[in-house]
Design a protein around this ligand. Sequence first.
Ligand code: PMP
Length: 293
Amino acid sequence: MKQQWIYLNGEFVSKEDAKISVYDHGFLYGDGIFEGIRIYDGNIFKNKEHLDRLYDSAKSIMLDIPLTIEEMEAAVIETLRRNEMRDGYIRLIVSRGPGNLGLDPRRCPTASVIIIVEQLAIYSEEAYRDGLVSVSVSQRRNIPDALNPKIKSLNYLNNILVKIQANLAGVGEAIMLNAQGYVAEGSSDNIFIVKNNVVYTPPCYIGALEGITRAAIMELCEQLGYKLKEEPFTLHDVYVADEVFFTGTAAEVIAVREVDGRKIGSGKAGPITTHLLQKFRELVKVDGVRAFD
Ligand code: PMP
């Protein structure tokens, strides 16, 4: 097995030696933020958008990242090069850093910065063609007034509770509603539906992360001439949709063929989903920053 190098507070350490303090508030309280980015054939897809979201999340929780955005980009590229990773997944983590057992972030003078790069394949090509089976879950999305889902915080218990319900139902991704009963998103993906050739996705104020794949798909819809509406919808609209799909950095654009026992459309990935996936896969190789040349 090839040695895996992890960026840990300015140094490169082996996976085995990549350790943080048990007093790190990221560990104690989920106090921190993160990003998940993909590199495709040497191209860091939507690099700027991901870094901007990381720094926006940090600002929102008043966390000072001890690197400028340019230094962070350089650290990511160096981590990719050391690991000779031309295709894979990049996880950026910034926690409040080590403090004491109290909540007070003023006791954490230095944030911890970690960059991990790994291979990734979550769904088979068959799943992209045939679509996933999904369910809605009882777990509601955090209300934005309490912990805004736009912040990609290390506190992912809301999402993990959805994942547990998805696991119990034997599905890979589940649909979460907000406190008012509108469809919000998946445990780690945004959601879209298609009805009568119109593409719909919930606005993020409903309670969803401003997904970068979501934004890319919205742009593609515009370029390809699909009518797009960002508006709230309910589970009923999902059940009667012609197509349903999830979007995310890891999942890309994955069709859903069944929700809560209701067959969606033809029961396979629909034509608009398939078209968007195809165009998305062209985009990922060109939109971003080259890490190797
Ligand atoms: N929603 C949540 C809760 C997420 O964690 C993610 C990231 N995996 C997404 C949506 C999709 O966002 P992106 O397209 O930026 O990966």
